[in-house]
Design a protein. Structure first.
Length: 280
């Protein structure tokens, strides 16, 4: 039997494009040591300083004589890791607090939602910079900070779904049979919000990649010589007239990765939302 969700995936050319872009990012991250021309830290500024694109260096070299293509490929590892780990953190916090908030309501709901409101009241990038600047900049800090800042949107999403589902017959029946709250939350409610969480996390991957690039660009993310796309763009910002490839290559990589995850996330949202699927 063919799933009713298979149709949108097969017909949607944007989903296929997004899936291709995501596959390229994942493939680059997993196979970097096999497909990259060399190592991300190898280079000789005396002989390979800012070489333009050529057969030997398809995307040119940077000020340290390092191959830009190699560093872009290895940079996919950091972007993918940031996206996955930050969304795991955001999902763990957001789903747990969203379930508790929607199910118990009243004071618990009020407290959690006010915390979410405060978090969402600040511009995300400004909040990320403020938190990251307060601690020693490093990649593990970036992973956690992006995830912690992203919990509020996930919690509000899950809470809204739980408010609708907690009046369902199977939940009421479980309560009547004396099922403990933990069982109701994680065995009955959680599976029914899983699709929305997957969609939100997929879209969140794009935001996390952008956030990491922004933090690394201002020096609060990955530290040199780590091959981060954001840091690579920052390295070439003063070279746009003489060596634009230093910034353009990682900048294009960021754009394509974000586009890929957004296209996949949008298609998943349409596939799991009956209203959007009908309108389409």
């Amino acid at each position: 039997m063919v799933s009713p969700l298979a149709g949108p995936f097969r017909r949607d050319r944007f989903f296929q494009l997004g899936l291709l872009l995501v596959a390229l990012v994942v493939g680059a991250a997993l196979l970097a040591s096999l497909v990259a021309p060399g190592g991300p830290y190898q280079g000789d500024p005396a002989t390979a300083y800012l070489l333009p694109p050529s057969w030997a260096h398809p995307l040119g070299t940077d000020t340290q004589g390092r191959d830009v293509l190699t560093r872009v490929i290895y940079g996919a590892r950091i972007s993918l890791a940031v996206g996955i780990i930050s969304q795991l953190v955001a999902s763990l916090l957001g789903v747990t607090l969203g379930l508790v908030s929607g199910y118990y309501g009243r004071r618990v709901d009020g407290l959690i939602m006010r915390l979410a409101d405060v978090t969402l009241a600040f511009p995300t990038l400004l909040l990320l910079i403020a938190v990251a600047a307060a601690v020693n900049p490093s990649l593990p800090v970036v992973f956690v900070v992006i995830g912690v800042v992203g919990w509020a949107a996930m919690a509000r999403l899950v809470r809204g779904q739980v408010l609708v589902l907690k009046g369902a017959e199977y939940v009421v029946a479980a309560q009547a049979l004396g099922a403990p709250d933990r069982r109701i939350l994680f065995r009955h409610l959680l599976p029914n919000v899983r699709a929305q969480v997957i969609v939100a996390a997929t879209l969140g991957m794009a935001g996390a990649i952008m956030a990491e690039a922004a933090l690394s660009f201002v020096g609060l993310g990955a530290q040199p010589p780590t091959p981060s796309w954001g840091a690579m763009v920052a390295d070439g910002r003063d070279l746009l007239r003489v060596a634009p490839w230093v910034s353009f290559a990682p900048g294009i990589a960021i754009g394509l990765a974000v586009l890929g995850f957004n296209l996949v996330g949008d298609t998943l949202r349409e596939a799991y939302d009956p209203k959007l699927r009908t309108e389409r």
